[in-house]
Design a protein around this ligand. Structure first.
Ligand SMILES: Nc1ncnc2c1ncn2[C@@H]1O[C@H](COP(=O)(O)OP(=O)(O)OP(=O)(O)O)[C@@H](O)[C@H]1O
Ligand SMILES: [Mg+2]
Length: 458
């Protein structure tokens, strides 16, 4: 059964409270009424309310505190404020405090019902958007992130949650694990998605340039500063700033960054004007920042400011179940980009890739696939299309079982095993089928049939 919409009315004038409550009940809503803010907070904690219609002393402190508490504890609830003194300023202020609509008394019940209706439609849309995002994530990989291993699913969850806030995120992980992609996903899922996503690689610039790059400079700040220049913080205003390789940020710039995080304010190099920005910060590091702190190369206070929400991307070798989906994803994407017809990757090649430890993580897998497809003669990627490092470990035994056991249905697993095992026996007998059939304990005819049906190359 569809849940009925629950509305709470907070109104200290008994007669008005009854009129509003009555009108809402008549429309079929579940209504809870109360006369005090204090009681409202208690009731809100007990019932799940969709819309709150409240007459509070706004913008007096008491009213503002009430709204802030609501925004913090019930961020999804829609709030309609009654009886704000109707000035544009106080309405704007109320909106800032999370209020969705303001009604100045006296107002007709029709007007109230219209507003309630609009907010309910808005809420339904928000719910739809969340589930749409989830579906998009499943089909194409979450924000471009492919792989559904338990550890990645957990990370998608964190990304989804944190994207709905402005909290600073610190992404750590080995090279090529997808740190930048994760930062991108957070931005794209946030409501800053239409504002700029600005990236700075802290390892790529010398100390002096980095400071002006981040904070900008005034005209004449140094020789060669012929005009004023806005820094990346300003360029990222209302959007997201991604500081990559934050572990390489020089100590002098760390101090300045700390201040921005504390006060959201800074001055351009060589300037006095204080600039305020609204920027969501995401940082990434492949260094262990705790080690850097011990070495005296990273400020501890800055670390705690940055590490509000940590996301640690596991190396590919710790989420082997993602390897095959990634292979398929890259095979499709790269062959399309290069305009080449690629049917897929042979089981033997997949086995080798599955076994490989990928020190360069997903970037390395992507490069391997790119190279293989660029040089591919036929339409199937085979072991000989893979780099030596990957091929060489084929010499070790039983890798086929390791992969098959985790990922395949029995019938398919048996076929893969049969194929590779028959191939091994044929290799050992130098292609002599009679001998191979004998070892395998099957007839020559049967062996021929298997060679054909399993597409075994001899
Ligand atoms: N889960 C994933 N699904 C699909 N592609 C991925 C995934 N993770 C990473 N990639 C791809 O791998 C490459 C490396 O990813 P990215 O640049 O985000 O890694 P990084 O951790 O920032 O690496 P580095 O530390 O070297 O800068 C990119 O081309 C990216 O598109
Ligand atoms: Mg990177």
């Amino acid at each position: 059964m569809k849940k009925r919409t629950k509305i709470m009315v907070v109104e200290n004038d008994l007669a008005t409270k009854n009129v509003i409550g009555g009108a809402l009940v008549a429309e079929g809503y579940d209504v809870v009424t109360t006369e005090t803010q204090k009681e409202a907070l208690t009731l809100l904690a007990e019932a799940s309310i969709d819309i709150l219609v409240a007459d509070i002393n706004f913008p007096k402190t008491e009213g503002v505190n009430f709204l802030r508490e609501i925004k913090q504890s019930f961020p999804e609830m829609k709030v309609i404020l009654m009886s704000v003194n109707g000035s544009a300023d106080s309405i704007a202020y109320a909106m800032q405090e999370g209020v969705c609509d303001c009604l100045t008394k006296p107002f007709s019940m029709n007007k109230l019902l219209l507003v309630v209706n609009r907010l309910l439609r808005m809420r339904a849309l928000e719910v739809e958007n969340v589930s749409l995002r989830k579906r998009v994530g499943e089909q194409y990989g979450f924000g471009g992130l492919v792989g559904r291993s338990p550890r990645m699913l957990q990370i998608y969850d964190t990304i989804e949650t944190v994207s709905q806030t402005d909290a600073t995120v610190l992404i750590s992980g080995e090279s090529g694990t997808g740190k930048e992609l994760a930062a991108n996903a957070i931005h794209l899922l946030s409501n800053r998605k239409n504002a700029p996503f600005v990236k700075v690689n802290c390892a790529a610039l010398p100390e002096t340039l980095l400071e002006t790059e981040l904070f900008g400079h005034e005209r004449g700040a140094f020789t060669g500063a012929i005009r004023q220049r806005r820094g990346r913080f300003e360029l990222a205003d209302t959007g997201t700033l991604f500081l990559d390789e934050i572990g390489d940020l020089p100590l002098s710039v760390q101090v300045k960054l700390l201040r921005v995080l504390q006060e959201r304010q800074f001055e351009r190099v060589g300037g006095n004007e204080t600039i305020s920005v609204d920027v969501r910060l995401i940082c990434a590091t492949l260094k262990d920042l705790k080690n850097e702190i011990q070495r005296g190369a990273f400020r501890e206070d800055l670390y705690y400011r940055l590490n509000v929400v940590p996301i640690s991307l596991p190396p590919l070798k710790e989420r082997k179940e993602d390897i095959l989906p990634l292979i398929d994803y890259f095979a499709t994407r790269i062959s399309k980009k290069m305009g080449k017809k690629v049917k897929g990757v042979s089981e033997e090649a997949k086995t080798l890739l599955y076994k490989y430890p990928f020190p360069g993580n997903i970037r390395e897998l992507e490069n391997i696939m790119e190279r293989a497809i660029a040089l591919l003669k036929g339409d199937m990627i085979k072991p000989e299309d893979l780099p030596d490092d990957v091929r060489d470990q084929g010499k070790s035994q039983s890798i086929v079982c390791e992969r098959i056991m985790e990922l395949k249905q029995l019938g398919e697993a048996v076929s893969i095993f049969e194929k590779e095992y028959i191939q091994n026996v044929l290799k050992a007998t130098k292609g002599k089928k009679g001998q191979a059939a004998e070892i395998l304990g099957i007839s020559r005819k049967n062996l021929w049939e298997k060679i054909k049906s399993l597409e075994i190359e001899i």
